[in-house]
Design a protein around this ligand. Structure first.
Ligand code: CAA
Length: 390
């Protein structure tokens, strides 16, 4: 057993999945990351291989086709993937937490049996659809509708910013069944993308995580059987928020991975590059940047692992880990941005060139401050929980 930091002990199993993810990322993802970033194509082949490695359903029990491991194992593996390519990490985090976790926690037995294994194995791609063109941070204001008609619901509306949307086989969809009840009128559904009434809208031309592919999804008289409702009518907002608590831990570990990649690239560069007759790492203006990067990275790591343990412990207590997840996401996302910004600056002109990976880290880092709840939303969640005021 080795120590990952104060109070965090890694078992042999943790060390194994971390090493497996590190090795996979180096061998399979590093050679293609820049190419897929450039093209914006979805890296289906590597995602399938990640599924075969067990990376797409790490916390899902083996009886449902997952790897049956804990949340710490999940964040360790995700951190390693994101250290090499945040796009692959985004797809991995959506399959694991935004899709599979919600079904595992809230799904009926038949839903778990049908949906978990294909997504945990990477054969199918899962997605999570909450946001709409006019409903982002204020998620309860959605306009899409599901109207009950006998044994089915008829769904209409436009969803936006669906990560993996251009290729997703299944969605967890949040839509309004009773608009008069506000957030208590939102219901969750499991959507099969192959059915009539489902279409993919425009693919977003994005600044970063370009290979993760994001699009609108349009529903036009989509017929969803009642058995595909996830949870009860009106329970959707709570499901969405509970799932986002889990998702935010994943994004926090993504931020940590991007920050570490930026730091390591910078360390290598300052030991080699010379200016004014010395290694640039010997200038205090550079070395102090590195000190700040390293310190924020280790602080992020503690918050990420703490949040992972809080989620793990919640399995026994049924308690929430909203605060730990929001703090980890806030700090790790801002650390990713801080480190990627510093890395570009340390690399100077080279940092602005696609010849070096730090410009990709810089573009990828930004999304961690935006999706699954902006940094402003994390501050709102944290302060509301601490003050008890709204
Ligand atoms: N867990 C469980 N329940 C929760 C919860 C949580 N974390 N947070 C809130 N709730 C419950 C509350 O207890 C309350 O319950 P009652 O019905 O019993 O009153 C209910 O939800 C409403 O809560 P609030 O009054 O606090 O709701 P609000 O409208 O003020 O919104 C918010 C709260 C925190 C701002 C929330 O809207 C939010 O998180 N917004 C950001 C949305 C977001 O993260 N979007 C990203 C989408 S995913 C994505 O990025 C794309 C992708 O594919 C990766």
């Amino acid at each position: 057993m080795t120590h990952a930091g104060p109070n965090f002990s890694l078992s042999d199993e943790h060390e194994m999945i971390r090493a497996a993810a590190r090795d996979f990322a180096q061998k399979e993802i590093a050679p293609i990351a820049a190419e897929f970033d450039e093209s914006g194509d979805f890296p289906l082949e590597t995602i399938r291989k990640m599924g075969a490695m067990g990376f797409m359903g790490i916390e899902i029990p083996e009886e449902y086709g997952g790897a049956g491991m804990d949340t710490l194992a999940y964040v360790l593996a995700l951190e390693e993937i994101c250290k090499v390519d945040a796009s692959h990490g985004t797809i991995m985090s959506v399959n694991n937490s935004l899709f599979n976790y919600g079904i595992y926690k809230f799904g009926a037995e038949a839903q778990k049996e049908q949906f978990l294994a294909p997504v945990a194995s990477g054969e199918k791609i899962g997605a999570y659809s909450l946001t709409e063109p006019m409903s982002g941070s204020d998620a309860a204001t959605m306009r899409s509708r599901a109207v009950r008609n006998g044994n089915e619901y008829i769904i209409n509306g436009r969803k936006s910013w669906v990560t993996s949307g251009p290729v997703a086989d299944y969605l967890v969809l949040f839509t309004m069944t009773d608009p008069e009840k506000g957030h208590r009128g939102i219901t969750a559904f499991l959507i099969d993308a192959s059915q009539p009434g489902y279409s993919r809208g425009k693919k977003e031309p994005k600044l970063g995580i370009r290979a993760s592919s994001t699009s609108e999804i349009l529903f036009e008289d989509y017929h969803c059987p009642v058995e595909r409702r996830l949870g009860e009518e009106g329970q959707g907002f709570k499901i969405a928020m509970t799932v986002l608590d889990a998702g935010r831990i994943g994004i926090a570990s993504q931020g940590l991975g991007i920050a570490e990649a930026s730091y390591e690239a910078s360390l290598n560069y300052v030991r080699e590059r010379e200016a004014f007759g010395q290694k640039i790492g010997e200038f205090q203006g550079i070395s102090f940047k590195l000190a700040d990067m390293k310190t924020r990275i280790e602080a992020s790591r503690l918050l990420v692992y703490q949040a992972a343990l809080a989620k793990q412990n919640s399995k026994a207590t049924g308690g929430r880990y909203t605060l730990e997840a929001a703090m980890a996401k806030l700090f790790a996302a801002e650390t990713a941005m801080f480190c990627a910004h510093a890395a570009v600056q340390i690399h100077g002109g080279m940092g602005y060139s696609k010849e070096y990976p730090v410009e990709r880290y810089f573009r990828d880092a930004k999304i961690t401050e935006i999706y699954e709840g902006t940094s402003e939303i994390q501050r709102l969640v944290i302060s509301r929980m601490e003050t008890g005021l709204r």
